[in-house]
Design a protein around this ligand. Structure first.
Ligand code: HAM
Length: 426
């Protein structure tokens, strides 16, 4: 016998209740975004490699170590997207989305790919729900972005989350601070890992989020970027903080947040949850005022975020641990047919019910009545319709309410079945 093919490490199959919960969450997220004036966007999973090296950054772990990158059959360098922001910026520019309105608010959901070491809450194919706003430099837009993120988490059944925010300043502030950091690490090079020794000359910010213990110890004393930003950026960051307080969001200033992607400017944030263990970030985001220009567009302020869907479910489960799962109310109809003629009649009835908008389950393989009734029970249907040769002769089916044990069977004329269930379907 040949061996079964197994799914790849760090990927998941979703089915049953879990798959249903995902659909519910995606629908709830769409409703939240719509309330805040966002519109949906869908972009390809495959993108040119250069899109991510130019935006996320050449000297980042995502691009250097984690991206699924290959040369396709026509010789093009492509990548499976590791995140959504770069793709949405590309689509915004390529489709001239700035033309219709000065401010464009977009949301998306879908799979992202990073070849990380899999562990709880960390996958190689994971899913993000995210949002990006183009064309507004206002601190109010930063606060609104965090407000929609908070509503999204609440819609996912999560209450105990907190925002950690920081200010990275303008691109100019960042560049100047880069010089300050390089000075700080001067003479300390030998204490850094090999990767960080290279990073020093190429992208000193990435030394600050190196996971190596020795690098972390050295970086702990490094100067803080939020102390080195312009007065205008400081004032904006103060306003963001005041607005978050007005919105009653749980936030604190964490001056060590630097973010592992290079495109950020000014306000950045991470949303943490204590039920997640080591991978405690439910989501993250911030302002990226230089990225549209970096990717060839006009100077356009922008801000956004993404949450990890798998982590949302882990956090929601941690909050409801111990609580009995909510019982699913029975709904719809299951038809049991006995004999060839009844099967044919029941097949037509099932179709009519479905066209009328009623969920209908039916066994098409002529199993025993007992087997069909067991299936009807498992299907979660509220009503069972039994159709045999006697019922066919009478022109009426036996209907049983499966939500009540020992409920008497009702006799419903075949011609009136659709109306009977329509009246009872809500
Ligand atoms: P990020 O911090 O790289 O930001 O990812 C956002 C979220 O995606 C994380 O907080 C986490 O919940 C989830 N995530 C990331 N990697 C994994 C993984 N390997 N397994 C499971 N979940 C993961 C971004 O991607 C930015 N594009 C966010 C953004 C949007 N900034 C502005 N706009």
């Amino acid at each position: 016998m040949s061996q079964n093919v197994q799914r790849l490490r760090g990927t998941k199959d979703l089915y049953g209740d879990e798959a249903r919960q995902w659909e519910k969450l995606e629908a709830a997220a769409a409703a939240v975004f719509t309330r805040f004036g966002y519109e949906p966007i869908r972009t390809p999973i495959l993108e040119p490699y250069a899109l991510f090296s130019r935006s996320v950054g050449e000297i980042t772990d995502i691009v250097q170590k984690e991206m699924y990158r290959f040369t396709d059959r026509s010789g093009d360098e492509v990548a499976m997207r590791p995140e959504g922001t770069a793709s949405v910026v590309r689509a915004y520019l390529q489709n001239n989305l700035s033309q219709e309105r000065p401010v464009r608010k977009l949301y998306y959901a879908g799979p992202m790919f990073r070849a990380e070491r899999p562990q709880a809450g960390r996958l190689r194919q994971f899913h993000q729900i995210g949002a990006e706003v183009f064309g507004s430099a206002s601190a109010y837009t930063d606060a609104e972005t965090m407000a929609v993120l908070a509503e999204l988490l609440k819609a996912a059944g999560i209450a105990k989350f907190r925002f950690e925010i920081n200010n990275l300043g303008s691109s100019g502030d960042r560049a100047a601070f880069g010089g300050v950091l390089v000075k700080f690490f001067e003479g300390k090079e030998s204490g850094l890992c090999k990767d960080c020794q290279t990073r020093l000359g190429k992208n000193v910010f990435r030394v600050l989020d190196c996971k190596n213990e020795a690098c972390r110890a050295l970086a702990a004393d490094a100067p803080l970027i939020s102390d080195h930003v312009s007065d205008a950026s400081k004032a904006d960051f103060k306003l963001v903080q005041a607005l978050l307080t007005d919105l009653k969001l749980n936030w604190s200033h964490n001056p060590r947040i630097i973010r592992g992607l290079d495109y950020y400017t000014h306000t950045v944030f991470e949303v943490k949850h204590d039920g997640l263990g080591a991978q405690d970030a439910l989501g993250a985001g911030g302002r990226y005022d230089g990225l549209v220009e970096t990717l060839g567009g006009p100077a356009t302020p922008a801000v956004g975020f993404a949450v990890g869907v798998e982590r949302l479910f882990l956090a929601a489960a941690a909050e409801t641990a111990g609580a009995a799962p909510a019982a699913q109310p029975r709904a719809g109809v299951a038809i049991a047919a006995l004999g060839a003629d009844a099967l044919r009649g029941a097949f037509a009835i099932a179709h009519a019910l479905r066209l009328a908008g009623i969920t209908c389950h039916m066994d098409l393989d002529a199993r025993s009545l007992k087997a069909q009734m067991r299936q009807a029970d498992r299907s979660g249907a509220r009503y069972a319709v039994i159709l045999g040769s006697d019922e066919l002769a009478k022109g009426a089916a036996a209907v049983k309410d499966l939500s009540v044990s020992d409920a008497p069977q009702a006799e419903v004329p075949l011609a009136g079945l659709v109306d009977f269930f329509k009246q009872r379907s809500n």
